[in-house]
Design a protein around this ligand. Sequence first.
Ligand code: ZLM
Ligand code: CA
Ligand code: ZN
Length: 386
Amino acid sequence: MAHEYGITKPKGYNVTFHYNPNMERHHFGQTHPMKPWRLTLTKSLVTSYGMNFAMDNYTARTATYEELTNFHTNDYPTPLDVDNMHPDLKFNLGGSDCPLFEGLYDYCSMSAGSSLDAARKICSKQADIAIAWGGGLHHAKKSEASGFCYINDIVLAILQLLRVYPRVLYIDIDVHHGDGVEEAFLSTDRVMTVSFHKYDPNTFFPGTGALDDNGPRSEHNPGAHHALNIPLNDGITDEQYSSLFESVISRCVEKFRPSAIALQCGADSLAGDRLGKFNLLVEGHSSCVEYCKKLGIPLIMFGGGGYTPRNVARAWAYETAVAIGQDKNIPHKIPEHTPWRERFRQDTLLPTIEQILGEPRQNRNPEKKLRDIVQHVTEQLRFVSH
Ligand code: ZLM
Ligand code: CA
Ligand code: ZN
C-alpha cells in the first residue's frame, strides 16, 4: 500500500521517529487551542506517504519520575497526577493556559519520554536525525507550568545530549519565545539557545526575548552571550525568514561549533495559525529544517506550538520528508487513502498563501530591522569561541 511512492531508507544516515499514539487521547478542554490530536493527523500523513519505511519507528515510552526531576524540582511533578491534582498558584497549575485535566501526568511523561528516547538514539549514534513531534514544550520552568507546557521535555533531552556531546545548539522556530529552555541554560557555555519569535512585550506571550536579552553578562558567568533572541513582527515572509535563519545560524555554527543540534519546530509560526501572525508557508518553515540537516551535525527535531491542526500536520509531515531526504520526491497531492483526508481542506501538502489566508497579512518587518538583527548577533558572537 504505502510502497506506491517507493520510499526506502536513506543511504548513509539513519532517521528515528518517536511517537506515542496515546498522547492524542488527552484534552486540554473544548476550546483550548492546544489539541494533542494534531499529532495523530501528522502521523496519518507520514504513514500514508509511506515515510515510515524510511525510518526506525519507536513507540515512545513514558518518562519516569526520576527522569522528570533531572530538571524539575521533586515537589513539582506530583501535583500533575490525578490522585494528587489540585489547582496550585505556586506552580501555575489550573489556570486557563495550563488547566488540570485527566491523564495530565501521563500526557506529560509521554511527551518527555519521546524526547528522551530521541536524545538517547542521538547519544548512542543509532540516529543521525531523531524526530519527536510530541515534544517541544519550551515554556515549562523547573517548578512552574507556563503557556500550555508543564514538563520541559527539551531541557531533559538536552541534558541527556550533554552526557555525550560537549556543546548543544538549541534553535527554536516556534512563534513564541523559548523562554524555559533559555532560562535553564543561562549559566552554561555548553548550550547556546537561539529563539526566533514574534516579540511585543505588551501584547504577545510570554513578552520576553528582546534582541539585547542575551543572559546575565557578568565576568563570572560562562553562559554570558550564549542566549540569542531574534524578535520579529507580524507578517514576516518565507524569503525574509529563511534568509535571516541562515545568516544567524551559520554564524552561530561557525563560532560555537555545536556537536549536536536541538531544533524546536513549533508550527504556530505558519500562516493561518490560530495564535501566530506570520506569513510563513511550509516551504519557508521547512527550509530551516533542511538547513540544519545539511550541516551534517546530529539533529533532534521536536514539535511545539501549532494551533491549526491541518497546517501543523502538513508542516511536520513535510519536515519528516526533509529528514529522510524525500521532500523533492513525494507527490504534493495528499494520498487518497490518508485517514482524515477531508480535514485538510486543500488536497495539497503545500498550499499557497492565498489558499490559506485569502489575503496575506501585512508585513511589519522592514529589511533594515532584519539587517540590524544580524549585526547585533554578529557582535554577541564575538564573545563566543570554541
Ligand atoms: N488567557 N481557552 C504558547 C502559549 C501561549 C496569557 C492571555 C487565557 C491563549 C489562549 C485557554 C478555552 C507554545 C497568554 C490568555 C484566555 C492569560 C495564550 C483556554 C484561547 C484560550 O479559548 C481558550 C477557555 C486559551 C488560551 C487562547 N493563551 C492564547 N495565547 C498565551 C500562552 C505555547 O506554542 O509556545 C508552545 C507549545 N497566554 O497570553 C494570558 C496572558 C490567559
Ligand atoms: Ca521561538
Ligand atoms: Zn508557540
